[in-house]
Design a protein. Structure first.
Length: 114
């Protein structure tokens, strides 16, 4: 089982990034997917989640209206589109796959700074 995040980097406030999570080794279309983040000195928090078929999503209040989670089950990939980024979005972002157990990626750094 492998989850590989990509797309992180340094962006100015107000900018955008699109994170990708490429999955392998399990039946991707059967798993709910989510993105979490952890800032220095803080606990890991849920950012956004999507059901296995993509029919339902939910978001942390802090990112509603700015972030969009999606998935392409044909490509075994989940995405997180992040717009209007703020300095407080700076964190390591992790993708998670969950059905009866959870799998985690290694994380990708997102830094929002001028």
């Amino acid at each position: 089982v492998q989850l590989v995040e990509s797309g992180g980097g340094l962006v100015q406030p107000g900018g955008s990034l699109r994170l990708s999570c490429a999955a392998s080794g399990f039946t991707f279309s059967s798993y709910a997917m989510s993105w979490h983040r952890q800032a220095p000195g803080k606990e890991r928090e849920l950012v956004a989640a999507i059901t296995s078929a993509g029919g339902s999503t939910n978001y942390a209040d802090s990112v509603k209206g700015r972030f969009t989670i999606s998935r392409d089950n044909a490509k075994n990939t989940a995405y997180l589109q992040m717009n209007n980024l703020k300095s407080e979005d700076t964190a390591v972002y992790y993708c998670n796959a969950y059905k009866f157990r959870a799998y985690w990626g290694q994380g990708t750094q997102v830094t929002v700074s001028s």
